[in-house]
Design a protein around this ligand. Structure first.
Ligand code: SF4
Length: 375
């Protein structure tokens, strides 16, 4: 294993090492080699080990909870402990229970908002407050009000991939893991689902005969949105993957997975569709039964990088041009900047996610209703 040149380490890094003696740069490198092989080369590890060591050391020193979304690149994802990793809602629920003064949410700001709503007394920080989301950015509170006026009396179910102001105008939240279950639990024959148009169309198909799903653009001119990452996959892409990667439909040990946010014809082509957590669960169960040799996941490419690390005996194919540009704004150097600011006791406004108290109050109800309905 290549070794770092300790003589060239910056003085500040030495100070950090002295602050807590448990973690050395070599320990961190060794852990990275053990953890990330074979998905990262030694070039990646040698280039970033010092920053990771600094982050890990300051995280420990200041008792910071570091939440890592599944779509983070492996080196960022690996900064979080196993129980600090997951999807946006799972992480926010974890954050609510965590006993720590600072939460760094390695994801985009709408995710951190949910953590803030569930933990209003904690300091919630993100690496880049300008990171957006094509779903959340293109749908707001006024759009919810417009749909409510068009379909009076119909409850509004909003996907968690939205900002707090839109949640505050909605009746209940959902995730991709619980949307169908929660939709069925809602009163009445008609449900408004926002803001994801493809997800709504997929849900409409799932609930056919049980409930009428109304969404932006369906017999109305209301504004909706799609995930710019999952939108990229077409039916032709999936058919090409099947052929070139030899994953024939219905093969017992080769699976093509798609996320709920994909186009309806992509979802129908997949061998299995679901939320990120449902896809991961299916993979884990198949691996436990020695039943998965090859897989393609139509989702953000770093999810596959993290899956390849977790399930090294499965051959994963990925489309690494399908990367969320917003999530990719979260980098090791920006995370290190937050921790250095904490260490120097500096103003954290550049990183802190804040919300008006009335928005927190109003947005908490639909989230709590979802949590009650999910049990
Ligand atoms: S992958 Fe990116 S664009 Fe798509 S929902 Fe997540 S944050 Fe938004």
């Amino acid at each position: 294993m290549p070794k770092g040149n300790h003589a060239q380490q910056h003085n500040q890094s030495t100070d950090v090492l002295n602050a807590t003696t448990e973690l050395s740069l070599e320990d961190v490198k060794q852990e990275l080699y053990n953890r990330h092989h074979p998905s990262l080369t030694f070039l990646d590890i040698e280039a970033h080990a010092k920053t990771i060591w600094k982050i890990r050391t300051l995280k420990q020193k200041h008792n910071v909870v570091m939440l890592g979304h599944n779509y983070m690149e492996p080196l960022v994802f690996g900064l979080s402990e196993r129980d600090e990793q997951g999807d946006s809602l799972g992480l926010s629920m974890y954050a609510a229970k965590a006993e720590a003064p600072y939460l760094i949410f390695n994801g985009v700001p709408f995710m951190a908002e949910t953590a803030k709503i569930l933990s209003p007394d904690k300091t919630v920080l993100v690496a880049d407050k300008t990171a957006g989301c094509s779903l959340a950015d293109n749908f707001g509170a006024e759009d919810v009000k417009e749909l409510k006026a068009l379909y009076p009396g119909a409850p509004v179910m909003i996907y968690v991939n939205s900002y707090a102001d839109a949640k505050a105008e909605s009746d209940i939240c959902c995730t991709s893991a619980n949307a169908a279950h929660i939709a069925k639990s809602m009163p009445g024959d008609t449900l408004i689902f926002v803001p994801d148009i493809f997800f709504a169309q997929n849900l409409e198909e799932e609930l056919k005969g049980e409930k009428t799903v109304v969404y932006p653009g369906k017999n109305n001119t209301a504004r909706g949105a799609v995930c710019e990452v999952h939108e990229r996959f077409t039916l032709a892409d999936l058919l090409a993957v099947r052929e070139s990667f030899e994953i024939p439909k219905g093969h017992p040990h080769r699976q093509l997975y798609a996320h709920w946010e994909c186009r309806p014809n992509v979802l129908q082509e997949a061998d299995f569709y679901g939320s990120t957590s449902q896809i991961m669960k299916d993979i884990a169960e198949r691996v436990a039964d020695n039943g998965l040799e090859r897989a393609f996941v139509a989702s953000e490419c770093e999810l596959t990088s993290n899956l390849a690390q977790e399930f090294p005996n499965v051959q994963f194919w990925t489309a690494c041009s399908v990367r969320c540009s917003h999530m990719a704004k979260v980098s090791l150097s920006k995370i290190a900047n937050i921790l250095e600011a904490i260490d120097r006791n500096e103003e954290l406004g550049e990183y802190e996610v804040t919300l008006p108290a009335e928005v927190i109050d109003k947005a908490r109800s639909p989230i709590e209703r979802m949590l009650e309905a999910s049990v």
